[in-house]
Design a binder for this molecule. Structure first.
Ligand code: HEM
Length: 353
């Protein structure tokens, strides 16, 4: 990659690795058809930093952050002709018993802060600015519950990667140089049947999750073929090395409505790793032996988004220049590669999705 191209598309990542916060908003919207709507989306998304500063500066200690993700259909409208190698629409994953649905959504805003009013204010300003250019598909307010537990009562997030591993797991690097600094994010809103979960003994619950409830200690799988949640979501590469994702799940709910659960969010440098976890959970490994967490957790939504680096995000307001830069980066990378054949995956996206 030449230094000139690197300058034109900086690879500084959005705040994917923001620290765990007390509050979060997960906002998924669909973009309206037409050029006017697209122009508004371009302007708001490329300038979201300004809104973030407007609100976040009022209390810097509350660490307001916002990550913007773009779904494949909108990506192809915003940046026609070149897309991140793995970006796809979230597929419906059908197991024998449980299904992970694919639900509409073109943009994801993952807003985090130590104060709920900051999250509220930023979301309000973003939606005001977008106006009729978008329709809200799902809006979920998450909160931190006791010692980082989910509503099933288990500590959630322990096995997350840290330090250098976090970058390698969550942020795209040399695999797709044009989109280095980006990330793939998958979200699913799970609604829990807490009375059903509560009817299990603590030992049965621990077998489902694969950790003890009180002390959070990892357990070996004890039932033949039936793997625990933590085992079904452990993915290894061909060398046996573990491939992690970065999760920042949050409990949500309104007890008055009876709807409550876990909002799953997973960032990954390789989308296939997250999707393999979801396949293992719903289809089972071996097939049929699905994740028993699903007997008490219904997936109500499912979406996949690409989180561009800040440089690409800002570049969305000048799509011609952006496409040119991205193409140049990809061409540079393929001319450096040992074989010029076969490394243009994801390019020239036309008429699909
Ligand atoms: C581990 C809860 C959905 C991926 C865990 C753990 C809990 C948990 C309590 C053990 C502690 C930890 O390491 O964090 C839940 C709940 C879910 C959910 C309540 C929704 C109902 C998912 C989904 C994925 C996933 C959809 C992937 C697409 C993982 C991974 C681990 C994990 C990668 C760590 C495995 C390891 O030990 O290496 N989850 N999870 N989870 N979960 Fe989930």
């Amino acid at each position: 990659m030449s230094s000139e191209h690197r300058d034109r598309v900086p690879i500084d990542a959005q705040s994917v690795d923001a620290p765990l916060s007390r509050f979060a908003v997960f906002l998924v919207v669909s973009a309206a058809e037409g050029d006017d709507a697209l122009a508004t989306v371009r302007e708001v998304v490329s300038g979201v930093d300004d809104l973030l500063k407007t609100v976040g500066f009022r209390d810097l200690g509350s660490h307001l952050s916002c990550v913007v993700g773009i779904g494949r259909r909108l990506w192809d409208r915003l940046v026609p002709g070149i897309r991140p190698v793995e970006l796809e629409v979230f597929p419906t994953v059908r197991g024998d018993v449980h299904t992970a649905p694919s639900t509409p959504g073109d943009l994801l805003f993952h807003i985090r802060a130590e104060r709920v009013d900051l999250c509220f204010e930023l979301e309000r300003l973003i939606l005001d600015a977008l106006g009729s250019a978008v329709r809200v598909e799902d809006e979920t307010q998450g909160f931190r519950y006791f010692d980082v537990r989910d509503l099933l009562g288990f500590v959630d997030g322990t096995a997350n990667p840290i330090g250098d591993e976090l970058q390698a797991s969550a942020i795209i690097g040399d695999d797709d140089p044009a989109f280095a600094g980006g990330s793939y994010v998958v979200v699913q809103k799970y609604v829990h049947d807490l009375p059903e979960w509560g009817s299990l003994t603590v030992e049965e619950q621990e077998t489902v999750i694969g950790r003890t409830k009180l002390e959070n200690i990892e357990l070996d799988d004890s039932v033949e073929n039936q793997k625990a949640h933590k085992t079904l979501t452990t993915i290894n590469d061909d060398n046996g090395d573990e491939l992690d994702i970065l999760r920042d799940n949050m409990p949500f709910g309104t007890p008055g409505s009876g709807e409550m659960g876990t909002y799953f969010i997973g960032y990954s440098a390789r989308l296939w790793v997250t999707m393999k976890m979801i396949d293992n959970m719903f289809i089972g490994d071996p097939p049929g032996f699905y994740d028993k967490i699903l007997d008490v957790s219904r997936a109500a939504t499912g979406g996949t988004f690409f989180v561009p680096s800040n440089g690409v995000l800002h570049g969305l307001d000048d799509p011609d220049a952006l496409v040119e830069s991205l193409r140049a980066l990809r061409e540079d990378a393929s001319s450096d590669a040992p074989s010029p054949m076969g490394d243009d995956a994801g390019e020239e996206s036309k008429g699909d999705g």
